[in-house]
Ligand binder design. Sequence first.
Ligand code: ADP
Ligand code: MN
Length: 251
Amino acid sequence: EDIEERIERALEKGEKRVKDEEYYEVKQLVFDERTVRNLLKLFNKGVIDDLTWIVSSGKESVVLAGRGGGIELAVKIHRVYTANFKKYLDYMDHRFPIVRDKEKLIYLWAKKEFRNLKRMSEGGIRVPRPIDVAGNIVVMEFIGEDAAPAPLLKDIEELGSPRELRDAILEDVRKCYVKAGLVHGDLSEYNIIYWKDSHWIIDVSQAVVTEHPMSYSLLIRDLERVIMFFKRRYGIDSTDPRELADEIVKE
Ligand code: ADP
Ligand code: MN
């Protein structure tokens, strides 16, 4: 079967999940020549067997659900045309060369997300297991079931033990710094999945190494957002993000 037909079929199934205008937008993105080429690579390598659903369509990326190697996959496609290149340059770090070419930069951005997932996984942080990367596409373990993504922390109204969850997330922020040498940089209830009583941290393309000039201020912001969310939503008393950050950095 033709790759474009397979993709089209997946998008049609996904249509129910997204608004009409989003559907056409996603279709345009996915049928972008380079993206098709990169998807094709992943199909030919046997990484992806099928695409099943549109999970999400955002300004900078589209996430599709798929299957491959006997498990469910999240296929994150970084957009080329609406990419925020200024931000991408600011969040690059010494692991990657400085490039000005937009296509090269978006490819590096995807590679950076893959490498960050790998380092975090190896450091024992709860992130989806990375599977492969091709151009602007990152393939990782899917958190959820039957192509239905698990809810984000922001959508959870009731939690059994909110304090324990908050502390587990803060512990992951610490481990991320100390064990993986990385700061997430965009951590919030929007980038944490809640599934089967545990959290999963996602969206790690902007995560920077601790040597990055912004790492300390990003660390404080990450801690603050988590602490303030749990205070606002669940009344968990706050601890000082700066003190916490200093303890982590000192380790
Ligand atoms: P962005 O915020 O740049 O659009 P994210 O990485 O946050 O990109 O992904 C967008 C959405 O896709 C998430 O809010 C989540 O619902 C879903 N998603 C992302 N990664 C996964 C995953 N590994 N498993 C399940 N759902 C995911
Ligand atoms: Mn996100």
